[in-house]
Design a protein around this ligand. Structure first.
Ligand code: ADP
Ligand code: MG
Length: 230
């Protein structure tokens, strides 16, 4: 495994990825490419290995075998925002950030996610949607080439989720990182992504390219047809 190696045009290139847990093969020769600026959604049943793949891409799993090359800066947001409770929101966003003016960068990122007025709040006083936006700001302030999102919206209520979808698409269109969004929500995948993958049997079992402009309605015939194939 190596980071920043020659990867051609892709921000992530995975070949033959294998991951065993206690003798059970969870990833079984998985191949995946993510192009710069591409928004990819990864669907799959619970336990199919989505988080395992995401952790491997984030460099958080030393137990994978195979070829895994990523390019540039990677940032991750998890299902639970994982904010440090004894640091205020602003400090959480610039935590560990290498930047000439980390506080200013963190303030700008909070503004981008509409959380300026919560900069001095304690994480435990945030609503679920606010905490998830703080987590997104913490990822974005790193200006990632690859943004890994592991079911970041699944704990949110439906209305907040729709608001955050809009925000994510806006941010993505402005910054254009490559995105891998893990989700179990088919409609969310079809609404947001350029390409939808389904993980099954430890590999990419299905792939659909979505060539509709945004914003997208979930009842578009093209999406309904795709939905039937998943
Ligand atoms: P998903 O995110 O698709 O729901 P995961 O990648 O979390 O699935 O898990 C895939 C499988 O690998 C599950 O059966 C899970 O129990 C197992 N697994 C994941 N992490 C570990 C671990 N650290 N130790 C043992 N088994 C694990
Ligand atoms: Mg998971």
């Amino acid at each position: 495994m190596s980071a920043d190696a020659a990867v051609g045009p892709a921000v992530a290139r995975v070949r033959g990825l294998v991951r065993d847990f206690d003798g059970r093969r969870v990833l079984d020769g998985l191949d995946l490419d993510i192009a710069p600026g591409e928004f990819v959604a990864l669907l799959g049943r619970s336990g199919s290995g989505k988080s395992t793949l995401l952790r491997a891409l984030a460099g958080l799993d030393r137990g994978v075998q195979g070829e895994l090359i990523t390019k540039g800066t990677i940032a991750v947001a998890f299902q639970e925002p994982r904010l440090v409770p004894w640091k205020r929101v602003l400090a959480n966003v610039f935590l560990g950030l290498r930047h000439p003016d980390p506080k200013a960068a963190a303030r700008a990122a909070l503004a981008e996610v509409g959380l300026t007025e919560r900069a001095d709040a304690w994480p435990l006083t945030l609503s679920g949607g606010e905490a998830q936006r703080a987590s997104l700001a913490r990822a974005l302030v790193r200006e990632p080439d690859l943004l890994l999102l592991d079911e970041p919206f699944s704990a949110l209520d439906a209305l907040t989720r729709i608001t955050i979808h809009r925000l994510v698409i806006d941010l993505w269109q402005r910054r254009r990182p490559g995105v891998l969004l893990v989700t179990h929500d088919v409609d969310e995948a079809l609404r947001l992504a350029d390409r939808v993958l389904v993980l099954g049997e430890g590999r990419i079992a299905h792939e659909s390219r979505i060539d509709l402009p945004r914003p997208r309605r979930n009842d578009h015939p093209h999406l309904l047809a795709l939905r039937d194939t998943l």
